[in-house]
Design a protein around this ligand. Structure first.
Ligand code: RIB
Ligand code: CA
Length: 314
């Protein structure tokens, strides 16, 4: 049995981020979470850092180190998504105020310090929100770039096109300059775009499976997905909402559930209508060097079986 992978989760909870964090914390045989860094995204930083602590307490992980990071994108005003996630970012259930401490250290300094301390190639970064923290760490300490094992991120879209604009997916759109730094860094990337997350839909029986656990965590996940899916069901007219961020953690546990291609992906930062677009050379028509494993498909049944089995552990 290989040793659990060391990961840092960078996140902007968000109900789907919450499910992803719970899946990671429920899978100690697959991964060791060295820390969780919050970034501004779905809601402002003071809420995302609070939400991370609420989620850790729900999982009984009062020991987890939680850090607050960047409160705004590198070069633009913050765009948030309360219309999807609600005012708190975790709307749905009534939630207690967190009690566990927020670390004093800035998330960017934690990323730099950890990557310098851990053996080269030992740490995987799991990015579930805008890439501002990671890009800032790479900018301030270029020596850590070669030390990252890989970055597995939820972001971008190609065949599925955008969700926050006709061309761009939210995480990339919020901070395209940060995404440009990460996608140009040379760090091995695994990208889980809307193309694959839109195939991992929370149908009503899948949400029921969480409720049927009769656990506090199962009920919370059911209430979060009930709330979170209302927007996408209305928008796409589908029988459920895409569970975006848990695809990142599920890929770490069972990559065979997913399929994609190693291709070139560039970030548009100057387009009038296309800023934040991930320009994915799926058909290999450019001479540009492949820089990302771009995931396009998932065994949705297998994904939800894994998710349900693991969440039931908490
Ligand atoms: O576009 C989906 C992404 O934006 C997800 O990470 C969701 O949590 C939001 O951050
Ligand atoms: Ca997110």
């Amino acid at each position: 049995m290989p040793a659990p992978r060391k990961i840092i989760i960078d996140t902007d909870p968000g109900q789907d981020d919450a499910v992803a964090i719970l899946l990671a914390l429920a899978s100690p045989e697959d991964m060791t979470v060295l820390g969780i860094t919050a970034v501004a995204g779905n809601v402002p930083l003071e809420l995302t850092q609070k939400n991370v602590r609420i989620i850790c307490e729900l999982a009984g992980r009062w020991d987890m180190q939680v850090f607050a990071g960047c409160d705004a994108p590198l070069a633009r005003a913050l765009v948030t998504a309360e219309h999807v996630h609600g005012k708190t970012g975790l709307d749905g259930p009534v939630l207690p105020e967190p009690v566990m401490a927020l670390q004093e250290q800035h998330a960017v300094d934690f990323l730099i310090e950890t990557l310098r301390r851990e053996p080269e190639g030992a740490v995987t970064l799991c990015a579930l929100g805008p890439l501002t923290n990671i890009a800032t760490a790479f900018d301030s300490a270029p020596d850590i770039i070669g030390r990252v094992k890989e970055i597995v991120l939820m972001g971008g879209a190609y065949f599925e096109v955008g969700n926050i604009t006709p061309a761009a997916e939210f995480n990339i759109y919020v901070d395209p300059e940060a995404a440009e730094i990460v996608f140009g860094s040379g760090v091995p990337l695994v990208v889980l775009p809307l193309d694959v997350t839109h195939r991992a839909l929370t149908t009503s029986e899948r949400v029921e499976a969480f409720r049927a656990m009769r656990t506090e965590v199962g009920n919370m996940v059911a209430e979060w997905t009930d709330f979170f899916e209302r927007y996408d069901k209305m928008k796409y007219g589908a029988d459920g909402a895409p569970l975006h961020d848990p695809c990142v953690i599920a890929w770490l546990i069972r990559p065979e559930l997913f399929s994609g291609r190693h291709i070139n992906v560039e970030i548009e930062t100057k387009g009038t209508y296309t800023t934040g677009m991930t320009v994915a050379d799926w058909w290999g028509v450019s001479e540009r060097k492949p820089n990302a494993l771009f995931i396009r498909d998932v065994d949705a049944e297998g994904f939800f079986t894994l998710l349900t089995e693991r969440i039931a552990r908490l």
